[in-house]
Design a protein around this ligand. Structure first.
Ligand code: GLY
Length: 340
């Protein structure tokens, strides 16, 4: 299902007059419209799924994350800082499957993944399977900036966090009653069905952000608790650069949400940016091809947010809905949960 808000992407292009093919000279080029786009996970989000009060809670938190990120861009801050700040806001909320609201593994634990990428340098950082770090997205950034590596896993990632002075919490911090209930329901459902085909409610949900700053730099980041009942050592797409996250100033920035195994097999984030860079596609067309074409053909579900170097953006998903929002210097300021 293509999101009608993608029309705003076209609006952004029209408003700024800087479509990808528009030739620019140093004299006439206007600064890019600072923009942030976020998601809070895709899934079985049909209208009526939540009470109006719960919907309002989700929308308020999405707006808070957008505002926090946009304020940084508006003051001339870096896309990386905006992405990190927006994601921290969602990680700290029990509403989303990341940080405080993370789902439970088969062993009844919370194991967190995150990644971040700088479109200016192609530097990237990622962590997987962390259990004691309050904000995994901050740790991913620290891997990028404070180590010579791209990814740390498990105990090593937690140890690196301690070394770098990140906020460490007792694993109990990540417990939430609603996620524990989902965990118990998932176990029960599995027993009854005698297979492991969980409905998408248990499979999806992640947070992410992409941003474009006044210097024309793109950044992308993604953070998740993964999937309910994920097996020991399972790694999803979120910490995989090119699958869950990708950013390159030459093309676009992408953050994914969905059934990670499919996103890894299709290197979805990189594929979208490659289509923009090599096939000269719009971000909307590239995202639509990958989500409604390649992903659906394989039988996968989920969505992406994509932001181009010109400020055009797309929010595309093949699930019932996707928590999402965008705010831009062109006047776009929108959030939504459900599909068209
Ligand atoms: N997309 C999140 C995961 O599969 O872990």
């Amino acid at each position: 299902m293509k999101n009608s808000l993608a029309a705003f992407a076209a609006l952004a292009v029209l408003t700024t007059g800087c479509a990808p093919d528009t030739p620019k000279t140093p004299e006439t080029a206007s600064p890019p419209p600072v923009t942030i786009v976020i998601h809070g996970g895709a899934g079985a989000l049909a209208p009526g799924r939540y009470t109006p009060a719960k919907e309002a809670e989700f929308i308020a938190k999405l707006n808070e994350a957008l505002d926090v990120g946009y304020a940084i861009l508006d003051e001339g801050g870096a896309a990386l800082d905006a992405v990190e700040a927006a994601i921290v806001t969602m990680e700290d909320s029990p509403l989303f499957n990341s940080g405080k609201g993370a789902v439970f593994t088969r062993e009844g634990k919370n194991e967190l993944d995150a990644s971040i990428m700088d479109g200016a340098t192609l530097n990237a950082g990622a962590v997987t399977g962390v259990t004691t770090v309050k904000n995994p997205i901050r740790l991913a950034r620290s891997v990028m900036e404070d180590s010579v590596h791209v990814m740390f896993a498990g105990n090593g990632a937690d140890e690196f966090a301690e070394q770098q002075g990140h906020e460490i919490v007792d694993p109990e911090y990540f417990y939430t009653e609603h996620r524990w209930k989902s965990y118990e329901e998932a176990l029960e459902r599995e027993k009854q069905q005698e297979d492991s085909a969980l409905p998408i409610d248990f499979k999806y949900g992640t947070v992410g952000a992409v941003a474009l700053d006044a210097e024309g730099n793109l950044a992308a980041g993604t953070s998740t608790g993964g999937m309910t009942l994920k097996n020991f050592g399972r790694v999803g797409d979120t910490p995989i650069i090119g699958a869950g996250t990708f950013a390159d100033n030459k093309s676009c920035a992408v953050s994914s949400t969905g059934h990670g195994e499919y996103f890894i097999r299709l290197t979805i984030a990189r594929d979208i940016c490659a289509q923009v860079e090599y096939a000269d596609k719009t971000v909307e067309d590239a995202a639509t091809d990958v989500i409604h074409g390649r992903l659906e053909t394989l039988g996968g579900g989920g969505g992406v947010i994509v932001l181009g170097a010109d400020g055009a953006f797309a929010m595309v998903f093949n699930t019932d809905g996707m928590f999402r929002g965008a705010k831009s210097a062109t006047g776009v300021n929108t959030t939504a949960i459900y599909g068209d």
